[in-house]
Design a protein around this ligand. Structure first.
Ligand code: NAP
Length: 237
């Protein structure tokens, strides 16, 4: 028996990077993963990795900018699988590193939609089945910049700060239930998003997504008792 056998997880941002690596880890632990992102090819690569790890997945190509569609996610997963135990929200965009006074409407709209509005809609959509699960777990990926505003990080950071506020408010509201809600801060990890932010950096010197995935996935285990916290995830050595 694996610790997440019989459970169902929804993983956003699962076409690459941290979301893909955590989906593989959750599947290795026994969860059936509904993996979502826009890029079909990336989802198929994640599916291959999940199968290689002895797990199973359902692919759901999905654009989180189509906000109203998010409302159907939770109910449709329950309709198909009868339950939703885990929400792992890793989708995110850097949008652009730029002075606040230079933010363009298109970049603003993307940052709001993906980094903020999608979080609210996912919570709305997934709260009922997660509360109904025997040990519901929600983990949202955050970033240390959420609590430390700095030059040029405003467009990305305000969404992360807003997401953190929403998630911790939600955590307070469900504290009396068995649902545990936490935010995971992976630190700097070699991904597409990080390379966009720091193009001069050598990615081989950074932790890789697979290094942080076990620590993030462990927050979804039934024995996890932390709640409403921002947890700095250590990379595996
Ligand atoms: P990444 O490799 O760029 O992955 C981002 C994921 O989000 C991709 O799967 C992407 O899939 C998905 N996504 C973006 N826009 C989307 C949209 N409109 N609809 C659906 N999915 C969308 O970035 P990452 O570094 O793994 O980031 C994962 C999370 O970790 C983010 O929340 C990020 O803020 C956080 N984080 C990362 C670092 C780091 O150093 N890497 C540090 C702290 C926090 P598609 O493009 O296929 O849609």
């Amino acid at each position: 028996m694996r610790p997440l056998d019989g459970s169902v997880a929804l993983v956003t941002g699962a076409s690459r990077g941290i979301g893909a690596a955590v989906a593989v880890e959750l599947a290795r632990l026994g969860a059936h993963c509904v993996i979502t992102a826009r890029t079909q090819g990336g989802l198929e690569e994640t599916d291959d990795a999940i199968r290689a790890a002895g797990g199973t997945a359902t692919l759901l190509p999905f654009d989180l900018e189509k906000e109203a569609e998010i409302d159907k996610l939770g109910p449709s997963i329950v309709q198909r699988f009868g339950r939703l135990d885990i929400l792992l929200h890793a989708a995110g965009v850097l949008a652009k590193l730029t002075p606040v006074s230079h933010i363009m409407p298109r970049d603003w709209n993307e940052a709001v939609a993906v980094n903020l509005t999608a979080c609210w809609r996912l919570i709305r959509s997934c709260d009922p089945p997660l509360r109904a699960a025997p040990a519901g777990r929600a983990v949202l990926l955050t970033d240390s910049v959420a609590a430390a505003p700095g030059a040029f990080w405003g467009l990305y950071g305000f969404g992360k700060a807003g997401q953190q506020y929403l998630a911790q408010s939600w955590a307070a509201e469900v504290a009396h239930t068995t649902l545990r809600v936490n935010l995971a801060d992976p630190g700097a990890v070699a991904t597409h998003l990080r390379a966009n932010a720091m193009p001069g950096e050598d990615p081989t010197q950074l932790p890789q997504p697979a290094d942080v995935a076990p620590g993030i996935a462990s927050l979804c285990l039934p024995g996890e008792s932390r709640h409403g916290q921002v947890i700095r995830v250590a990379a595996a050595a």
